[in-house]
Design a binder for this molecule. Structure first.
Ligand SMILES: C[C@@](CO)(OP(=O)(O)O)[C@H](O)COP(=O)(O)OP(=O)(O)OC[C@H]1O[C@@H](n2ccc(N)nc2=O)[C@H](O)[C@@H]1O
Ligand SMILES: Nc1ncnc2c1ncn2[C@@H]1O[C@H](COP(=O)(O)OP(=O)(O)O)[C@@H](O)[C@H]1O
Length: 267
């Protein structure tokens, strides 16, 4: 069975407090986008994992697909499987690519081996693997809160706009991003702000990671400025970075950015 795990962007991200467990409470909007990996699972004699495409840092045993397998195996009698992941979603990008692979792996295993899990039950498994992993089970625009793993559905349809995603030559780890952030009180919740017209978002919606990540990686600040120069209605770093997205009325010419960055049009 083959599935195509997709990336997400964060529209707005407010870090509201540090929790006793070391994590942070936040609020953000998760919006799915059309940049995809390819994940294939076949029944096999032995459990195996291989990948192609972008190189994934870290050991193969830590790959979130394998961790998903081990997690399900605690509760279900699963046969060995051969997993192939073709990695295309930029890594260390704030696009949740690894989390998406894990969530799509859980959905695939549920269907392939008729595990009978409901969406809520799959989300509970996904939460164990990463704070934003559960989002990819339903994969619909949501307002996310607490650790970013509790969701409220929202009506948000950006299909009438052109969304462009730019990945500069910089990588930011999620842990690095949280280490430098100072939680702040939110006066107006994103749940309400997101209902404003897109052209007004620039004045009201922010990503709390940007300030210190831009200081550590000025190239990311430059990409965001370029998107506004080329007419973006709204531009922001996604999640903990390093990717930056722009929402446009018409598709911009980003050929100069293409010299130094990976550029994805119409995502
Ligand atoms: C920042 C966000 C925003 O959408 O995503 P990315 O931009 O990385 O995709 C998420 O909060 C990332 O979620 P995820 O990548 O699943 O994080 P996890 O693996 O659970 O945690 C990695 C590390 O980030 C920190 N962390 C994560 C989530 C959270 N609410 N508070 C935290 O402080 C912790 O130090 C944790 O050890
Ligand atoms: N399937 C996977 N795809 C990408 N990264 C993975 C995967 N499994 C584990 N990882 C680990 O997760 C880290 C970042 O994952 P990713 O979700 O791409 O981050 P971000 O959401 O910050 O872009 C990588 O450095 C890698 O070590």
């Amino acid at each position: 069975m083959i599935v195509f795990p997709n990336a997400k962007i964060n529209i707005g991200l407010n870090i509201t407090e540090r929790r006793p467990d070391g994590y942070h409470n936040l609020e953000t909007i998760f919006y799915p986008i059309k940049i995809n990996d390819v994940l294939e699972v076949i029944e096999s004699d032995a459990l195996s994992f291989q990948s192609s495409g972008l190189e994934i840092p870290g050991s193969e045993d830590d790959n979130l697909c394998l961790r998903g397998y081990q997690l399900l195996k605690r509760d279900f009698k699963l046969p060995p499987v051969a997993i192939h992941l073709h990695k295309n979603i930029p890594i260390g990008a704030g696009l949740g690519g690894g989390s998406s692979d894990a969530a799509f792996f859980i959905k695939l295993m549920n269907e392939k081996f008729r595990l009978g899990l409901t969406a809520d039950q799959m989300m509970d498994y996904a939460r164990v693997l990463g704070a934003d992993c559960a989002f990819f089970i339903n994969n619909q625009p949501v307002f996310a809160f607490e650790k970013g793993d509790e969701f409220e559905s929202i009506k948000l349809d950006l299909s009438g706009y052109k969304i462009v995603l730019v990945m500069p030559d910089a990588h930011v780890s999620t842990a690095e991003a949280y280490r430098g952030v100072k939680p702040t009180f939110v006066k107006e919740t994103l749940y309400d702000l997101i209902q404003m017209p897109v052209a007004q978002w620039k004045r009201h919606i922010r990503n709390d990671f940007e300030a210190h990540i831009f200081n550590n990686h000025p190239v990311i600040r430059g990409v965001k400025a370029s998107l506004y120069e080329r007419g973006a209605l709204y531009a922001s770093m996604s999640g903990s970075g390093a990717s930056v997205f722009g929402i446009f009325e018409t598709l911009p010419d980003l050929s100069t950015l293409e010299e130094t960055c990976r550029v994805f049009y119409n995502v």
